[in-house]
Write a protein of this length. Structure first.
Length: 378
């Protein structure tokens, strides 16, 4: 098949697009909003059905339509705004699609099957892992830099090249031009540098987007209100509260084992509520309570370490505990509690971001200082 071989031979090493992490973030946000708002809308409206009789237009079809639109846009248009719109459509589409997974993994087409919620959550976690991987800075060769430089020249075609953007383009092209290993690419970069320096080039006035203005305001609020003491108090209080809530189920289960009537009442309540339907289900519920209690203990100890000014150990233990909770414990909790776990998971994620911020801003300097003291023999 010479035609196929010809196309395969033209496949080159992939180049990561400029702003990929931003587009993936839009996808994540629209994904989460799509699932949460869909479940909320259906709960408030009593799960209405579109169409009548034998027909039922499920929202998985709308999700497929949005995904199809997200795939078509970059095939038809070359503008940069396509990636923003496509990322939002893709996130909303996959949210509507994966929300109905319960219908397609059960013979009874059970939308409310307990396994559905953990699958949705696990799929979202995988997308978060891809986003975190993409955020890491990648090493770029001259070919990669030239790809990105040519992509940046779209601003010239749209008459929207600002001084800061031209400066960034010049820096990137100069790096390519100084590369002795690729003289052909260096020659092209030199030509583009000459073009960027010409007087005929139209430069747009420097502007700031709404998002940039909001980020500046957030930066000012951060400088004004977020001090080490306040952030530490919020982290300690949040970790302690989450830890105690996680320990509560374990304590109640242990107390119930000492009183047969109380244990029977607890099991009956779980069965009636649909959380446990078999001995295997009870085993998994007990495992969930045990793992949740272990993580809760980690979070309580982390809060105690923060309170006793052992910030480094407290941040490390809190980081591990929150990661375990988000990546492992919540999978089991979503099975038993379903989508009511969304808000606690969001709180855990915000606390994890807070711990990461605290380590980056307040503990990194102390690492460098301690290293300098050791090197000086002090």
């Amino acid at each position: 098949m010479p035609i196929v071989d010809r196309y395969i031979s033209r496949v080159r090493k992939p180049v990561r697009r400029e702003g990929t992490e931003r587009y993936l973030l839009f996808t994540l946000l629209s994904f989460a909003a799509s699932v949460a708002l869909t479940r909320l809308f259906l709960e408030l409206t009593g799960y209405p059905q579109i169409a009548g009789g034998e027909l039922h237009i499920a929202h998985v079809l709308w999700g497929g339509l949005l995904l199809f639109g997200a795939a078509l846009l970059p095939l038809i248009f070359a503008n940069r705004w396509v990636y923003v719109v496509g990322s939002l459509l893709a996130g909303a589409g996959v949210g509507l699609f994966i929300d109905e997974v319960g219908k397609f993994i059960t013979q009874s087409n059970d939308y409310f099957h307990p396994v559905a919620a953990p699958i949705v959550y696990a799929f979202f976690l995988l997308t978060v892992m891809i986003y975190l991987q993409v955020r890491r800075p990648a090493e770029r060769e001259a070919r990669d830099e030239l790809y990105l430089a040519l992509d940046g020249l779209q601003e010239v075609l749209d008459r929207d090249l600002e001084p800061s953007e031209r400066l960034a383009l010049k820096f990137r092209l100069r790096k390519i031009a100084d590369d002795d290993q690729h003289p052909d690419l260096a020659r092209l970069a030199e030509s583009l540098l000459e073009y960027l320096a010409c007087e005929e080039l139209r430069i747009a006035p420097e502007t700031t987007s709404t998002l940039e203005r909001w980020m500046d305001k957030l930066g000012q609020l951060e400088t004004r209100w977020i001090t080490r003491r306040r952030l530490k108090a919020v982290l300690a209080g949040g970790l302690a509260a989450l830890g105690l809530l996680a320990l509560w189920n374990l304590v109640m289960l242990l107390l119930a084992t000492r009183d047969p009537s109380r244990l029977e009442s607890m099991i009956t309540e779980l069965v009636v509520g649909g959380q446990v339907a078999s001995i295997t289900g009870m085993f998994w519920f007990s495992a969930r309570v045990a793992v949740e209690g272990f993580v809760g203990l980690l979070l309580v100890v982390s809060a105690g370490l923060f309170i006793t000014n052992k910030d480094r150990s407290g941040a490390a233990m809190g980081y591990i505990g929150l990661l375990l909770s988000l990546a492992a414990v919540n999978l089991m909790i979503f099975y038993f509690e379903q989508f009511s776990t969304i808000f606690p998971a969001l709180v855990q994620f915000l606390l994890l971001l807070g711990v990461m911020y605290y380590r980056r801003r307040y503990l990194r300097d102390s690492i460098y200082l301690s290293t300098e003291v050791v090197e000086r023999g002090g």
